[in-house]
Design a binder for this molecule. Sequence first.
Ligand code: ME8
Length: 631
Amino acid sequence: MSTFYVTTPIYYPNSEPHAGNAYTTIAADVLARYHRLKGSEVCFLTGVDEHAANVYNAAEAEGLSPQAYCDKIAPTFVKLWERLNISHDIFFRTTSDLHKRGAQKFLNVLYDNGDVYKGKYEGYYCLSCEEFFSEKELTDEKICPTHKLPLQWLEEENYFFRLSKYQDRLLAHIDENPDFVYPAARRNELLNFLKSGLQDVSISRASLSWGIPFPFDPEHIIYIWIEALSNYITALGYETESEQYQTFWPADVHIMGKDITRFHALLWPAMLMAANLPLPKHIVGHGWLTKDGEALSKTRGIFIDMDGDIATYGVDAFRYYLLREFSFGNDGDYRPARLHARYNADLANDLGNLLNRVLGLVNKNFDGTPEPTTPGEFDNEIKQMAQATVDKLDEHIKAFAFDTALETIWEFVRRINRYIQQTEVWTLAKPETKSRMGTILYNSLEALRFISVLISPFIPETAEKIQKQIGLSEFDTVAEWGRLPVGLTVSRGEPIFPRVDTKKQKQPQPKATAKPKQKQEPKTTELVSFADFQKLDLRVARVLAAEPVEDADRLLKLQVDLGTEKRQVVAGIAEHYTPEVLIGKQVIVVANLEPATIRGIESQGMILAGSGDSVVLASLEEDMPLGTQVR
Ligand code: ME8
């Protein structure tokens, strides 16, 4: 049986977990769930890095011992992971005896192998990074490049690790293994850094008491990063070389933010080389989540309202948004309006409506899952696309491209929506076509089962709901076409993504003195003459390109083809449609509207849409040649 070992960083429990920690952990969860689905024996490790100076300080500020403080904060991580449906196998604490003994053994091995020596260190130190910075990395203000906080000058007698000795081996390893560090940009950064030369690192602290004592000099404690990185083996039972350790080491994937990739891709592998242990296979350093373009910061009150958004949209929508919206290696700006748009467009419309529609048709026309007796047009294509989707998904997951992985699944979701449309299955209830209807609905249900398997690593709760609704009592994890049994009782279909009206929720309560606002009736405007109506030039157009408008959550900038010319139109539909859903769609454009400039962008026309509580684009019942007049 193949094995798969994935880890997140162990987070500092100096405060409760935040959305940045959630982002990494959700991504690791997808990998763990995906590999379980494929039949691997998986170990998924996460935990907390307790011996940090920032933990010590936070404890002191609350008048607690560091241990008591950790005992209070560590469970808040576990609680969040439960809330986010994280399927970790080990939640590891570095104050555990297993870790303490393992870290001390590891240090003994480094010492015995001759890579630890005593020396004097002085330099600028960041308490939040737990890292020394050299003069050349700093500006005159001596501010931490990551945390933007003043650095402390530290001087002490320390033990050092001969990191410089491993420079050439590290360079060769990263050079020869293009897959070792993801994404490529991060790998290049590391290669450049390596080429500029590695210095030995101090690995002990004499001035601190909160930590694990050096095994051969109890006056010192082990430098937090050395101790923390070793958690990836100590948690498995390195100390006793347990069966679990032998099964899972080396790790398949260490996943983390770009802030700490260097520790994982240089220091950690060098330590493992020094201990003659095998290296992890992949180091994945993802981008940074921001809010309104700013770094998340507790002190500055910049945070992502996870609880609020999960309460409104559900945990799966939150997971989906993080994984689908951002390219994993790049930074991503968290915007509630985009979460709302993804919820409506991808989850409620594309997937939720598909499920409801299919269940509705099955319930109305059949007694349970119909038999697929009458093959016809598109059936083979659907089946082949299902298989192709599995293969593409695998490629994307191997490249840690969660966004394209989900997009690939959604192409299949949209194809099934189109299958229903193209076959006009709802018109086939007559006796002579009923068996074809049954086949199309069987295929649609099987496609939904298939989709539920593929989405289960990303949005596990939804995957289960879908299988329950199509009548499966036990979750079927196999992505092979045709497994759905005939004759299952399908449910009536509860919406899996019920409509969310954020306007209602976010509207401030009217003040007591304010006049109650009259509910606005839809305006029945005054009559216009036929001649006036004829002045409007409405045309069929196709959307060629669509993109969000910077700093305008509601707007999309579209390029549309009117047959004879191309136009740019700005439309206020970003909360209801994602750009990729629009591309290729036919729409109706008011072609002779005066151009207007919206947020600095010229809009040459207007797209028609039904506009009430939600917004739905107007189109003709069937595609027509571009430029056709609509009257
Ligand atoms: O560095 N966007 O712990 P930490 C995305 N204990 N990810 C973010 C993020 C953001 N804005 N903020 C935090 C430590 N993260 C050490 C690790 S491992 C042996 C020791 C995530 O609590 C991201 O994964 O500061 C980042 O690398 C990690 O939290 C830092 O967590």
